[in-house]
Design a protein around this ligand. Structure first.
Ligand code: GAR
Length: 247
């Protein structure tokens, strides 16, 4: 079972989609904690689902890196380490994969086995750039959902920027986070045609209608070991080639 730490800044509709999916015992991931940089309204979704929440505010730290260290510590407290310790069950980026059945070579100690799982950090509407030290600590088990067809329209105003640019098509990209701003390798995308006269809010809501199921499905693929984040993070292949060879 892949452990998810979800990071949000706003209403948390993508978080809600993950929580709803994870309520199904057949879904191979669970949200173990939800963090924010602010008093995000979406934290209420976690509280309603009985999932622990935490807030780590940048203003309480002298530098972005120190904020990132505090955020990482809060995530680790909930059992998402970001680190694959040596051993047979080392998480979604490993050959054995998160959620894989324990084979004859698996550690027989379930506590030690669980401690080896790096888990997955999901940035789902976190409106902050994660500092480099944080990214290095969790990479490649760190993904983001972004409301544009990256590399077009990175940054905090992707939907507005697409409209201002006169784009006729935009969409959503779920990608591995690297140390740049929305520059990490894409995992999955979905496209939306822009309607004439559409407002930013209308377009963003139509994007989110595709984004929520895309994020849920991408996390499922990672948790099921069908999508390999180490291969994706290497950037060596395009997004259609990240599936494991199951032959
Ligand atoms: C989502 O559309 C997400 O892609 C976007 O914020 C929205 C959060 O919606 N993130 C960014 O723009 C990051 N640059 P939600 O709070 O309803 O899930």
């Amino acid at each position: 079972m892949l452990k998810l730490a979800v990071l949000i800044s706003g209403g948390g509709s993508n978080l809600k989609a993950l929580l709803d999916a994870a309520a199904d015992p057949a879904y191979p991931a669970r949200v173990v904690a939800v963090g924010s940089d602010t008093d995000a309204a979406g934290l209420a979704h976690a509280e309603a689902a009985g999932v622990p929440t935490f807030i780590v505010r940048p203003r309480d730290y002298a530098t972005r890196e120190e904020w990132g260290q505090a955020l990482a510590a809060a995530i680790r407290e909930h059992g998402v380490s970001g680190v694959s310790a040596p051993g047979p069950a080392s998480g979604p980026g490993s050959a054995s994969g998160a959620g894989s059945a324990s084979g004859p070579t698996s550690d027989p100690d379930p506590v030690r086995d669980a401690a080896r799982e790096p888990g997955l950090v999901v940035s789902a509407g976190l409106m902050r750039i994660l500092p480099a030290g944080f990214v290095r600590a969790f990479s490649p088990n760190l993904i983001n959902t972004h409301p544009a067809l990256l590399p077009l329209f990175p940054g905090a105003h992707a939907v507005r920027d697409a409209l201002v640019a006169g784009a006729t098509e935009t969409g959503v990209t779920v990608h591995v986070i690297d140390e740049g701003v929305d520059t990490g390798p894409a995992l999955r995308r979905a496209a939306v045609q822009v309607r004439p006269g559409e407002t930013e809010e209308e377009l963003h809501e139509r994007i989110k209608q595709l984004e929520r199921p895309l994020l849920v499905e991408t996390v499922r693929e990672i948790a099921a070991g069908e999508l390999d984040l180490r291969i994706a993070a290497s950037g060596a292949v395009d997004e259609t080639d990240h599936r494991r060879d199951r032959s």
